[in-house]
Design a protein around this ligand. Sequence first.
Ligand code: URA
Length: 251
Amino acid sequence: MPYHIGFSQKDLGTNPPEIALLSGEPERSRHIAHTYLQNVKLLSEYRGLHSYLGYSPNQKPILIATSGMGAPSLSIVVNELIQVGIKKIIRIGTCGSIQPHVLVGSVVISQAALCRQGTANDIAPPEYPAVADPFLTVALAQAAQKLDIPYHVGITASVDSFYEGQERVQSSANPNLQSWLLGITKQYLHLNILNYEMETGTLFKMASVYGFTAGCVCGVIAQRTQSEDIIAQDKNLAVERAIKVVLESIS
Ligand code: URA
């Protein structure tokens, strides 16, 4: 039994899932499982890493799993999901926009990630590329197009911290950033990086090194060219759109 996820291959039955949909929040995992899947079974709630086995309307088995916040926790969950037979992982996350044209409520489909993550360096060297599966990325974009959901495909900045690493000063307990972080959001804007989040780069590196398929869709819930704030009233819309894009891509 893998220690952290709290279930084993034999809990996945005779028709085990090869696809896992991975969210940071346990509540999102529960929502996806109970809203969109059938015959849902709770596999584990250990450490808040809630996971569910369910079936799509066309009876495809799907695992819904929780990564927790940040790359260290994600790397443990992903490692164990591969050990129980998962072959494709799609992250359904949230993010902050770094570009004026990437609006709150839209979704970002990551084609690659800049990794500013300690865990990613444990998986592969810093210069090793963090890339999504190209076919899955196209399928996600086509799904967004079909559903008429506003989307962007591009490069994501995956960083270890929500406050310091994403240059939050007014909303942080410590307004004094290290000098190398001052202005980093503007630098990323000029590098055409679309968004900030905290997990995807490590997921992508693990996919290339361990040999599984990975993709990521994040709902945009902050507009960092304007403010540090999470726009709470638009979160449900952004997350629901990300979920719908992912489910359409695997239908
Ligand atoms: N997640 C992040 O990591 N940053 C944001 O701004 C929003 C969600």
